[in-house]
Each structure stands twice: as structure tokens, then as C-alpha cells.
Design a protein around this ligand. Structure first.
Ligand SMILES: [Zn+2]
Length: 339
């Protein structure tokens, strides 16, 4: 007897989770769904730099690899299975794309977060949008002893949450519900998933005329490179950093919604929240307030990292501390030389 949703036939389910291994987070920008093709080599290099800078900041956060999208909890007399798909927003069209998890062969790579980039005509002064992917699952239970079902479902939760939660990092979302009981009470479940995929897109209608900009118009409005923006230009690097952070759970995850901090304003940090810039220690408004001043650049600050840490990422020590250590080291070296 079996009950549940779109449950495929199966006799055995193999679980072969790859072990967690430590490693630097690897944020990959993916242009597969960029149909506007407005990223030139300069813009792609800028996105790669933003992804690299954030990957470095997220440091040694082990995010588990996936080798299967099918997880089964068993106990004598009952079993429960979840078969997952990863979903994300097509960055060019806004439609939802659904792929089996893992969507790449031989599996979803350890510590990788894949962000799909594109352009859309956005209204007003909106520069970009970023969001993490979601997930869906086909769920089903099978039993000869319905009273054993709660144990099987609990085992499924443990196995699936360990794998699909990726170990570290934020819980992006969860699928909750209950398997309907036949002769026994309903069995509730909560199946969580972590950061795997996401999307971001930038404004390709900077003059708001409802037509996608020609490259010359786009390159006047956007500073696509790593040089500082000129007066009147919006900065692609600043915007990419901001939207990638949304795509990895900042302001957008279940874990975020559990945080309580006076500096939080919705899915952002409150306007005017400042931290020390990682590159030089100068105070700057955080990347994750809701706006950036035209003609200026934002870089990652200590307060941005502070909140990434609250999301479960093992952020690297702030460079100010590293700089201090380096100074101490060089002083010691000088003393040795004096001897
Ligand atoms: Zn934002």
C-alpha cells in the first residue's frame, strides 16, 4: 500500500552521499540563460571579480556535494522518499526553470553555488535583482505497517536535510506538509534545502523607454569595468556584489527570517549602516543597504560579513585583524634582524 504525491515506482533506493569536505565557497556565474547577450568581456570580468571577492569572503564554508536527488528513510514496515528538483528564475525571462538535483553530472560539486546571470528591462531606478533558487520534491511513502510511518518520515527528514541542507550555510527554504494517514494520524514533515543555485539580472533599459538599450546607451549608464564609476554611472561591480549576496541567502532565506538585529530593514540592512571596508578599513555604507549612490562604488565591509556569518557561512577573519597580525610579524622580524 502506498500513499502520497506523484510517487514513482522503485524497489531500492541507493544513498551515496559524498562526505562533507572543507573547501572555499566557489560562486560560479553562469551565462546559459543570458539571451540579451549584453555582457561584454569587460562586464564578465567584473562579475567574475565580484563572485571571486564574495567567494573569498565566505571562506572555508564546506557546502556538501550532491550525488543523487533521491533520498529515502526506511524502518521495518515503512519507507518515505523525496526526489528533488532545483528551481531558479530564468534571469532573462523571469520564468521558473526546474532541474533535477543534482543538475550536473556526476553531481552538484562540493562548495559550488551557481548563479545564472542576465539582463531585463527594469523600471524606474532599479539596478538589478538577485534571488536564490528554490526547490520542489516528489514525495511518497510506502508501508505494510502504517504505525511505522512516523519513524520512516523522521529518517527521511534526517537524511534529506543533511544532504540538501549542504551542511553549512543558510537554510534557503523548506517544503512542509503531512502525509495523510489512512488508519493512523497524519505524519507531518519539513524538508529543508540550502544554497545551490540562484539568479541575478541587471537593468537593460536605463533610459526607461521600454526598449532594451543599445550597447552604447548601456555603456554610458553602466560602469561595466573594474575602474571606478564616472559621475552619473551606475556601478556594475557594486550591483553584482549586492545581488549575488541576495542569491546566496542575504535577506532571502529562511535563516535570514530567523535573525533579529536592529540593523536589519526587511531584506536589507538599514540605510546608513556602515562597516569597515575590507580592502582598506575605511568606513563605508554596507553593500547590503537597499541603494548605492550613482557615480560611486561599494565594496564589501565588515558589517556585510557579519551578517553572512549569521547566515551560517564561515566568513574569513576581517582583514583589519590580518593586517594587524602582519604588522606584528614584521616587527618581530625586524627585532630578529637587529640581533
Ligand atoms: Zn537588494
Amino acid at each position: 500500500m502506498r500513499r502520497g504525491l506523484s510517487f514513482p515506482s522503485w524497489t531500492t533506493a541507493l544513498l551515496s552521499l559524498l562526505p562533507l569536505s572543507a573547501g572555499a565557497v566557489n560562486i560560479v556565474i553562469d551565462y546559459t540563460y543570458d539571451t540579451a547577450s549584453l555582457f561584454d568581456s569587460t562586464a564578465k570580468a567584473t562579475l567574475a571579480q565580484a563572485a571571486s571577492d564574495l567567494s573569498t569572503a565566505l571562506g572555508n564554508t564546506p557546502l556538501a556535494a550532491l550525488s543523487t536527488n533521491s533520498y529515502t528513510g526506511t524502518t521495518p514496515g515503512a519507507s518515505a522518499t523525496a526526489i528533488w528538483n532545483l528551481t531558479f528564475t530564468n534571469p532573462s525571462t523571469g520564468t521558473t526553470i526546474s532541474l533535477p538535483a543534482p543538475q550536473t553530472s556526476p553531481g552538484f560539486p562540493v562548495s559550488e553555488i551557481r548563479i545564472y546571470a542576465g539582463w531585463q528591462n527594469l523600471t524606474g531606478s532599479v539596478l538589478g535583482t538577485g534571488s536564490p533558487g528554490g526547490a520542489s520534491a516528489s514525495l511518497g511513502v510506502s508501508y505494510t505497517n502504517e504505525a511505522a510511518l512516523p519513524v520512516a518520515v523522521n529518517n527521511l527528514e534526517n537524511i534529506s536535510n543533511t544532504a540538501m541542507g549542504r551542511g553549512d550555510g543558510p537554510v534557503i527554504g523548506a517544503i512542509s506538509g503531512a502525509f495523510n494517514g489512512n488508519t493512523q494520524p497524519d505524519v507531518p514533515f519539513t524538508l529543508e534545502y540550502g544554497a545551490f543555485v540562484g539568479s541575478l539580472w541587471f537593468d537593460s533599459d536605463t533610459n526607461n523607454d521600454n526598449v532594451t538599450d543599445m550597447p552604447a546607451t548601456l555603456e554610458t549608464a553602466w560602469n561595466l569595468g573594474m575602474n571606478q564609476p564616472s559621475a552619473g554611472q551606475s556601478d556594475l561591480y557594486s550591483t553584482a556584489l549586492h545581488e549575488i549576496m541576495h542569491a546566496v541567502g542575504f535577506g532571502t532565506s529562511d535563516t535570514w527570517s530567523t535573525l533579529s538585529d536592529p540593523r536589519i530593514a526587511g531584506s536589507h540592512l538599514a540605510s546608513g549602516t556602515t562597516g569597515a571596508r575590507l580592502s582598506d578599513g575605511v568606513m563605508q555604507e554596507a553593500v547590503m543597504t537597499s541603494s548605492v549612490t550613482v557615480g560611486t562604488r561599494k565594496e564589501l565591509t565588515t558589517v556585510d560579513l557579519d551578517f553572512l556569518g549569521k547566515l551560517g557561512y564561515n566568513v574569513v577573519p576581517e582583514p583589519a585583524a590580518a593586517g594587524l597580525l602582519a604588522m606584528v610579524g614584521s616587527l618581530l622580524l625586524m627585532r630578529r634582524r637587529r640581533r
